[in-house]
Design a protein around this ligand. Structure first.
Ligand code: ADE
Length: 228
């Protein structure tokens, strides 16, 4: 899979992409991530990419021209399965969306900065608008890093234990059960007996009950089947 990310501050994403699972995915050649600096497509002397909003108001708006030039340039080289705009008024990111996107070949992610991008770019090019939550970040970069992380770990062959992404919270619309490692006794707090029993059926049943219990208590909304 190839993911191209357009940003005015591409360096912001360098670190999250360069460690751990995402690094391994790139080293293995399963995932390619390219950061594109929008300023390279500005025709202004000072590489300006934003301007004042029509109708007044606080904040700047990312202009059509550099964005359009950049997107057209990228589209000439490959066709994108989705052109995604990271924005707090987008559809909230859910595991199901990540699962679907992890099967694509080419994704283009546009990060807004300042007040966001000119509406006409959204109308003309954007095929998906994604929010990572009901709060406003300074730009779409951290949100894009979250999106790439959640997609990247799902691409077949990225995780060494392929089943491990499938047992994540949310994959079966339930939260994960509690987990433990050594020692068996930590300051008098014991690991549940069943996990030491060696009885796989009992362990699976216990984990399922714990998942259900935890989901009922913490996220009853998930049990209403409203994971999008
Ligand atoms: N840009 C700013 N805030 C955002 C959010 N919550 N999700 C996605 N992109 C954003």
């Amino acid at each position: 899979m190839r993911i191209d990310i357009v940003s005015v501050v591409p360096d912001l994403m360098q670190s999250p992409l360069s460690h751990s699972i995402l690094k391994r995915a790139q080293d293995k050649g399963i995932l390619e991530v390219h950061l594109i600096n929008l300023r390279d497509f500005s025709s202004k002397t000072y590489k300006q990419v934003d301007d004042y909003p029509y109708g007044g108001g606080a904040g700047m708006v990312m202009m059509c021209e550099p964005l359009s030039k950049c997107i057209e340039h990228l589209k000439e080289q490959r066709s994108y399965d989705e052109i995604i705009y990271m924005t707090p008024d987008g559809d909230q990111l859910k595991q199901k969306t990540a699962n679907t996107l992890s099967l694509k070949t080419n994704l283009l992610i546009i990060c807004g900065h300042y007040k966001g991008i000119d509406e006409r770019i959204r109308e003309k090019y954007v095929t998906m608008e994604i929010s990572i939550g009901d709060y406003v970040l300074s730009g779409g970069e951290l949100a894009a890093a979250v999106l790439v992380d959640t997609i990247g770990r799902l691409i077949p062959g990225v995780l060494s234990d392929e089943t491990s992404a499938l047992t994540d919270s949310f994959q079966d619309e339930l939260l994960s059960p509690p987990i433990y490692t050594r020692p068996e006794d930590f300051q008098g707090m014991k690991v549940p007996e069943v996990l030491l029993s060696g009885n796989d059926k009992k362990i699976q049943d216990w984990r399922y009950e714990q998942s259900l219990e935890r989901t009922k208590k913490r996220r009853p909304d998930l049990l209403d089947n409203n994971l999008e």
